[in-house]
Design a protein around this ligand. Structure first.
Ligand SMILES: *Cc1c(COP(=O)(O)O)cnc(C)c1O
Length: 359
C-alpha cells in the first residue's frame, strides 16, 4: 500500500523506518517474547528503552547535566498548568508573550494559578508576526517568561530567542528537534511528542535542575516536577509504547546526521512552499509576515472562499492529507515536520502550480 502524502499538523507523519522497526518488534521485543507495551515498566528491557530515549535526546539537543529530562503525560496542554503550579510562586509574576492560540491557552491556565502579565502580543494583528519584545521592561520579579517557539496554527516562528534575565520557558511542541538552539538559554522547554518527536501520549519536559526547588510539597504528586524528576519519570506507569516510539524517532534523527542536518532539509522544504506562494503573483497569499515565517507550518489562503474550497477538495482528491487550516482560522496549512519527506513537499508545490494554472 502506498503511504499517504501526510501534511497533518499533529498527530503527524512519522518516519517510515520508525514504523517498520516498531512493526518488526511488535510481538517480540529484543527476544523477550513480548511487545514493548507488554513489558513491565520496572523491567530491565523497558528501563533500557526509557534511558536510551533520554540519553539520545540529551545528545541530539546537547543538553547538559544542569537539566533533567522528564517524560510526562497530559500533553503540552497539561504543561500550561504545571508550569505555573510549580514555578509561579506567590510573590512572583508569570510573564507571557502572546503569539498565537497556544500561548493564549497557556496564559489562561496560569491566570487560574497566580499573577500574570502579558509582556508582548501580536493578537491585534491576527498573530501574523512574532511580537516585538522589549526585554528591558520585564519585571525583575518575574517567575519566568513564557514563549511559544513555533505557532502551529498561524504558521509563525521565533527566528532567534530573546535574552531575558529570568528563566525563559518555551512551548516547543511543534519545532523541537527541527533546528539547532542552545538549551542553556532556557529554564524549561516542553513539547508534546506528536509533531516532531513521536506519537501522542508522551510530553517531553527539559527543566533546569535549580528550578526544581520551586515545586511545593502541597502540589498533587503527579503534577510536581521535583517528584517526577526524583523518580526519573517512573513515579507511576509511563506511556511505555509512546516512549519506545520516541526512542526510535530519536535514533532516526541521529541517523539523519542530527539536528543541524535535519534543519538544512527543513529549510529546503520550507523554501519550496514559500517560493510557490511568493512566485504565484498573489494567487496564494501567505498568512505569516515574511520575517516570522515558520519552517514547520506553512499557512496560506487563496483569494476567495470558493478558491480555498476548490483547492482543498482537489488536494484531497490528489492524495494530500491535512492541508486544511486549523478549524479556528480556516484557509490552508501544510505542516512539514521532520518526518515529512522532501519529495512530498515537492509534490505539493507542483500541485499548487498546476492548480494555479487551471484557475
Ligand atoms: C499541538 C500543540 C499544543 C497542544 O498539545 P497537546 O499535546 O494536544 O496538549 C500546544 N502547543 C503547541 C505549540 C502545539 O503545537
Amino acid at each position: 500500500m502506498e503511504r499517504a502524502l501526510n501534511f497533518n499538523a499533529g498527530p503527524a507523519a512519522l518516519p517510515k523506518e520508525v514504523l517498520l522497526e516498531a512493526q518488526k518488534n511488535m510481538l517480540n521485543f529484543n527476544g523477550t517474547g513480548m511487545g514493548v507495551m507488554e513489558l513491565s515498566h520496572r523491567s530491565k528491557p523497558y528501563e533500557e528503552v526509557h534511558h536510551s530515549a533520554k540519553a539520545l535526546l540529551k545528545q541530539l539537543l546537547n543538553i547538559s547535566d544542569d537539566y533533567d529530562v522528564l517524560f510526562l503525560q497530559g500533553g503540552a496542554s497539561l504543561q500550561f498548568s504545571m508550569i505555573p503550579m510549580n514555578l509561579l510562586t506567590e510573590d512572583k509574576i508569570g510573564c507571557y508573550v502572546l503569539s498565537g492560540s497556544w500561548s493564549e491557552k497557556a496564559l489562561k491556565e496560569a491566570q487560574k494559578i497566580g499573577r500574570t502579565e502579558i509582556i508582548a502580543s501580536s493578537k491585534e494583528q491576527g498573530f501574523k508576526d512574532i511580537p516585538e519584545l522589549n526585554t528591558e521592561n520585564i519585571d525583575p520579579n518575574a517567575a519566568y517568561v513564557h514563549i511559544t517557539s513555533n505557532n502551529t496554527i498561524f504558521g509563525t516562528q521565533w527566528q532567534s530567542f530573546p535574552e531575558v534575565n529570568v528563566p525563559l520557558v518555551a512551548d516547543m511542541s511543534s519545532d523541537i528537534l527541527s533546528r539547532p538552539f542552545d538549551v542553556n538559554h532556557f529554564g524549561l522547554i516542553y513539547a508534546g511528542a506528536q509533531k516532531n518527536l513521536g506519537p501522542s501520549g508522551v510530553t517531553v519536559v527539559i527543566i533546569k535542575k535549580d528550578l526544581l526547588s520551586r515545586s511545593s510539597d502541597q502540589l498533587p504528586t503527579m503534577l510536581n516536577y521535583q517528584i517526577q524528576a526524583k523518580n526519573d519519570s517512573l513515579y507511576n506507569t509511563p506511556p511505555t509504547l509512546a516512549i519506545y516510539l520516541l526512542k526510535l524517532v530519536l535514533e532516526w534523527a541521529a541517523a539523519q546526521g542530527g539536528v543541524e542536518k535535519i534543519a538544512k532539509v527543513n529549510e529546503e522544504k520550507a523554501k519550496i512552499l514559500y517560493d510557490a506562494i511568493d512566485e504565484s503573483e498573489g494567487f496564494y497569499i501567505g498568512y505569516a509576515g515574511k520575517n516570522s515565517r515558520s519552517k514547520m507550518n506553512v499557512t496560506f489562503n487563496l483569494q476567495t472562499d470558493e478558491l480555498n474550497k476548490a483547492f482543498l477538495a482537489q488536494a484531497k482528491e490528489a492524495g494530500f492529507v491535512g492541508v486544511n487550516g486549523h478549524r479556528s482560522v480556516g484557509g490552508c496549512r501544510a505542516s512539514i515536520y521532520n518526518a515529512v519527506p522532501i519529495e512530498n513537499v515537492e509534490k505539493l508545490a507542483k500541485f499548487m502550480k498546476e492548480f494555479k494554472a487551471k484557475y
